[in-house]
Design a protein around this ligand. Sequence first.
Ligand code: CA
Ligand code: CA
Length: 298
Amino acid sequence: MLTITDEQVVYSLSPNNAPVAEAEPGETVIFYTKDCFSNQIQTEADLFEAVGWATINPATGPLAIKGARPGDTLVVYIEDIEIADQGCMVTVPGMGAAGDLIEKSETKIVPIKNGKAVFNEKISIPIRPMIGVIGTAPANDDIPCGTPGKHGGNMDTKLIGKGTTLYLPVWVEGALLAMGDLHAVMGDGEVSVTGVEIPGKVTVKVDLIKNKSEEWPVLETEESFYVIASAEDLDEASDFALKGMIQFLCKRTDMNMHEIVSLLSAVGNMEICQVVDPLKTVRMGISKNIMQNYNLKF
Ligand code: CA
Ligand code: CA
């Protein structure tokens, strides 16, 4: 099976990155990933300041997908996510949504035991492994892995986990898929700027939908479709996610705008993914069950 090691990393998603491997559509590929600190935080004595920005948010790859062209959609079916037996979290003065309350830099090591993240003596959290950074190369720009956008990137969306399918717009030949920044578990918002950061192994099946794409990444879970959009602030990100979902439904149903907007108001869910990255991320979701008579597909 095609395997990409965690030594093959990029720090930005860019059309200029040379692919480290090439997959056929339909092929299964394993990505080994370092954590967002390049595995440099191993004990509570290792502080964020020692890591250095140059090694933050490595993404493993990029993988070229044979035949991918701009205007296509890259389908990434996440078959499995395995995580290491220890994760970490940091709080840093001025960083994250509550950085004004943090007086000094601190690290928390979070052991993973029996499917739980051992937060402290009294709190163990069932793990829900997810991928923080996953994307294709943008058309022209060199976008740091820490920034989300229409190419995906640092979307920090807790639903991007095992059994879900991510549909990413292809902007360059080969698509150039890369991923990293796994979290053992993360809450909506990622308020401290870290989930339970952890290295791991992601198994995905990649495929192509030719000559068809949406403007923003789309996620399909067992229950729902989501459009995931990012912008300078949550207001704008919400607007992009909503308009993206309206477009998605316009193309796939015979409902008019009045009906689609009303339906999204009745049963659509606008949810916050994260509020701590250079752009903020919001997802707009619609239940597949509600739409069953339309047999909604990407
Ligand atoms: Ca992240
Ligand atoms: Ca992270």
